[in-house]
Design a protein around this ligand. Structure first.
Ligand code: CP
Length: 303
């Protein structure tokens, strides 16, 4: 595995291996550090969680980190993403973490490159590292995904998180349902749409999504979204006792979820963020395995 671009490309075994690696890192089992290995975090769209948890994961692995954003890179002078990646490879970068708005552009750019690329969100396409940290969070409560009932609720059509998770959860054997207003349903993801009341009554996991206003041609709130499609206190009380609430965040409090529920007993929203660091360490270790082995050998010989 050289790149992580889409959950579609991972087998069930590879997903389980990544979760096991994250578990080992979290339990304090010795991880391989990667001294003298450079990562470049290229964020051409805003990010708080993904960008900073990658930075922490990379530093914990002993990597040197270069930060690139749209404003201070030569992308503003018209350089393509492909040429930017080739440039970073030429100067010695081994890992590029990329968030950018165009679906599928990374698959094209990755061809022929020897550095590893991680998709940190490509427009409405995919967000595989978010999906993996979500799966890891679920696995801590429900070790088997077989038959697990998961509902993904919100702006399905514009959500890269929904796309990645729908694919990954089905691969692991979960039964996945969706809740969305008709204009935000997407049949390429699923035709199984239910009401929020049905979702809360039957689900082991309720995953809420933010309305992606920035990706809508016509923006603006659709009526009383919270009452019709969101998680209210009444609905939370009708959830199974051991069910959990997930949200990739940022959360729009009072729109997709009542504010007081963001940190309620069933919520794992901030745990997801903490799990994001160990899962991203596991992903980097897995992608850079050969690199890690060589660098580690050199490092040991020098010390
Ligand atoms: N969940 C997520 O991708 O958050 P950021 O946009 O803050 O990275």
């Amino acid at each position: 595995m050289q790149h992580l671009l889409s959950m579609n490309e991972l087998t069930k075994q590879e997903i389980e291996h990544l979760m096991e690696t994250a578990r080992r890192i979290e339990s304090g089992k010795r991880m391989l550090e990667v001294p003298c290995t450079f990562a470049s975090n290229i964020f051409l769209e805003p990010s708080t969680r993904t960008k900073n948890s990658f930075y922490i994961a990379e530093k914990r692995l002993g990597m040197d980190v270069l930060d690139l954003n749209g404003a201070d890179s030569s992308v503003t002078k018209g350089e393509t993403l492909e040429d930017t990646l080739k440039t970073l490879q030429a100067i010695g970068v081994q890992l590029a973490v990329v968030r950018q708005p165009e679906v599928g552009v990374l698959q094209q750019a990755a061809k022929g490159l020897s550095l590893s690329i991680i998709n940190a969100g490509d427009g409405t396409g995919e967000h595989p590292t978010q999906s993996l940290l979500d799966l890891y969070t679920i696995s801590k409560e429900h070790p088997s995904f077989e038959g697990l009932r998961v509902t993904i609720a919100g702006d399905i059509k514009h959500s890269r998180v929904a796309r990645s998770n729908a694919c990954a959860l089905k691969k692991l054997g979960a039964k996945v349902s969706f809740v969305a207003p008709v204009p935000w349903q997407d049949e390429s993801i699923s035709t199984d749409y239910i009401t929020m009341d049905e979702a809360c009554a039957q689900s082991d996991v309720v995953m809420l999504l933010r309305i992606q206003h920035e990706r809508h041609v016509i923006s603006g709130q659709q009526g009383d979204y919270l009452q019709e499609f969101g998680l209210t206190k009444e609905r939370e009380q009708r959830m199974k006792d051991d069910a959990i609430i997930l949200h990739p965040a940022p959360v729009n409090r009072g729109i997709e979820i009542e504010s007081s529920l963001v940190e309620c007993r069933k919520s794992r929203i901030f745990d997801q963020m903490a799990n994001g660091v160990v899962m991203r360490m596991a992903i980097i270790q897995t992608l850079l395995k050969g690199e890690i082995a060589n660098e580690y050998k050199n490092y040991q010989q020098q010390t």
